[in-house]
Design a protein around this ligand. Structure first.
Ligand code: ZN
Length: 530
């Protein structure tokens, strides 16, 4: 939108009749574009738009928008009153506010139906209380008149009408490494044009397109700067610290008192900023020549879901979903590479599939340790066959090309015959392993055609291990929005790490760009040599 409510409220017939032809044309074009955008928004409703209740900026709320800039020369700075505490914390903590609710649509309800998690109505707020001496003051001034289009030079007088303080972490350079806390006072100015129109500079606002995320506003009007937001994401998701622990850390090490609500909101905002990157992650997964997939149970509210991981050499994607094959059908319909998995039936329909041998040798070891003679014998046969083949594969990787299926045809034939013989064996685990090998024979031994392929699904298991530990600390996620927050950020972090880049500077840049209403830079390409 070109014209703010503040600008629009000043426009009337009297003003328009004073304009010359050129400025009038400029204003007409801006009004036309705004009208088209407004019409499009009229067609939006909660199902096709994701503008959260909290996306309304503090200075646009009824009490603020009625406030005209002061006529006298004294700047009306909201930061100097009690007002910013209320407005700022309301932006910072939509989830902690009773009227914001956990999902869209609840905002209109007169009273919450029952006690919800988080801050309760009437409970004392724990918003921003600290005010620091700033390292710098940034003055944001409009550079052209919103109505007549007259450009202004920096020395045209202006009056600050709103302001806030932000705190951020700034990285040092390669020569002077380190981190330092940087406090900035932001001042937003109002300029009066010769045409009589007041134009206000406004903090950037980003669009949150993803309705499956928590309602959160992407805005430059934030206490927590992009670098500090990135640290909070790192502490929670990479270093697996609970929100309470992060509060303690920030207080004890940086002297910052941030509430749990502010931290949660920072995570949600970082996920909303990262959401547009998901498409590129999915495309990279689908384009993989060799993809590892695995899943582990993941509680989401009262539901038991699964945390899936899809990982290749240069991309990792996490998704929380049901355990059936729907997620594979949804994500991988165009996948043309090789899929490495365990033997679970949901993967069976994928034509180009490789099987993890680690699972099979563990099962063979189980048979060796059983008390059944025939089970022990079969366990040894499977174990010996895999030992021989693993040795051959390792030798083939370093040596000249060799036809492994032909060279080991006798061993494979014998093993296959044993499986067929034991398909109906009375010992359950023996029967199960025989059935599994017989059923999935091609996928299991396909690696013999190309010894460069992996023989275990270690890459996927490794990627999940971090979250298996985190699950114990976080106790899963509360709802779909919480799961998406986690998986979006985890995917971006893991992919950056795989590609040899520090995820945290990239994430900070994503947050900064999206807060300003711009699109984020694409995920960094893999470093040379990876
Ligand atoms: Zn003007």
């Amino acid at each position: 939108m070109h014209l703010s409510d503040h600008s629009l409220s000043q426009l009337d017939e009297v003003y328009i009749r004073t304009l010359d032809e050129e400025p009038l044309r400029g204003l007409s074009l801006r009004l036309l574009e705004d009208l088209k955008e407004a019409r499009e928004r009229l067609g939006q409703n909660p199902t096709n738009s994701s503008r959260p209740p909290s996306s309304q900026a503090p200075w646009d709320r009824p009490s603020a928008s009625r406030e005209a800039p002061s006529d006298d020369e004294t700047p009306h700075l909201e930061a100097d009153t009690d007002q910013p505490e209320a407005t700022d914390s309301s932006v910072e903590e939509p989830s902690a506010r009773p009227e914001a609710g956990d999902s869209k649509g609840e905002a209109a309800k007169p009273e919450p139906p029952k006690r919800k998690p988080g801050k309760q109505p009437g409970a004392p707020g724990c918003g921003r209380t600290q005010v620091f001496q700033a390292h710098e003051t940034l003055h944001h001034r409009p550079d052209t008149c919103a109505a007549c289009g007259e450009p202004w030079f920096p020395d045209v007088p202006s009056v600050a009408y709103a302001g806030f303080q932000s705190m951020d972490l700034v990285w040092g350079s390669a020569e002077q490494p380190g981190l330092h806390l940087h406090i900035t006072d932001h001042r937003y100015h109002d300029r009066l044009c010769d045409c009589g129109h007041h134009t206000r500079a406004r903090p950037g606002v980003g669009l949150v397109e993803d309705p499956r995320l928590d309602p959160v506003a992407l805005s430059e009007w934030r206490l927590v700067g992009p670098g500090l937001a990135s640290l909070i994401v790192a502490l929670h998701l990479r270093f697996r610290m609970s929100y309470r622990r992060i509060c303690e850390f920030l207080h004890d090490w940086l002297g910052l008192s941030l509430s749990v609500g502010t931290l949660k909101n920072t995570l949600h905002e970082a996920a909303a900023a990262s959401a547009p990157l998901e498409q590129a992650l999915i495309e990279a997964v689908v384009a993989s020549d060799l993809l590892h997939v695995d899943e582990t149970s993941w509680p989401q509210g009262s539901e038991l879901l699964w945390l899936w991981v899809f990982t290749s050499a240069t991309v990792t994607l996490f998704v929380v979903a049901k355990r059936g094959r729907e997620i594979l059908d949804r994500l991988l319909p165009d996948f043309a590479g090789w899929l490495m998995s365990d033997g679970w039936t949901a993967y069976r329909h994928v034509p180009q599939r490789l099987r993890c041998w680690a699972h099979l040798t563990r099962k063979a070891q189980g048979l060796i340790e059983s008390y059944d003679r025939e089970a022990q014998a079969f366990g040894h046969q499977v174990q010996d066959a895999f030992d021989t083949l693993i040795g051959a594969i390792h030798a083939a990787r370093d040596g000249p090309p060799v036809d492994l299926p032909t060279r080991h045809a006798a061993l494979l034939k014998k093993l296959h015959a044993a499986c067929v013989r034991l398909l109906g064996h009375r010992h359950a685990k023996t029967r199960a392993l025989a059935v599994e090998l017989w059923n999935d024979w091609e996928a299991i031994f396909r690696v013999l055609d190309n010894p460069q392929w992996p023989i275990t699904n270690n890459a996927a298991e490794q990627a999940l291990r971090h979250w298996v530990i985190a699950r114990r600390i976080m106790m899963g996620t509360r709802n779909e929005a919480g799961s998406r927050t986690l998986t979006l950020l985890a995917s971006v972090i893991e992919t950056c790490r795989q590609r040899g880049h520090r995820p945290w500077t990239y994430l900070a840049s994503v947050i900064a760009e999206r807060r300003a209403g711009r699109s984020a830079a694409p995920l960094p390409a893999p470093m040379q040599g990876l």
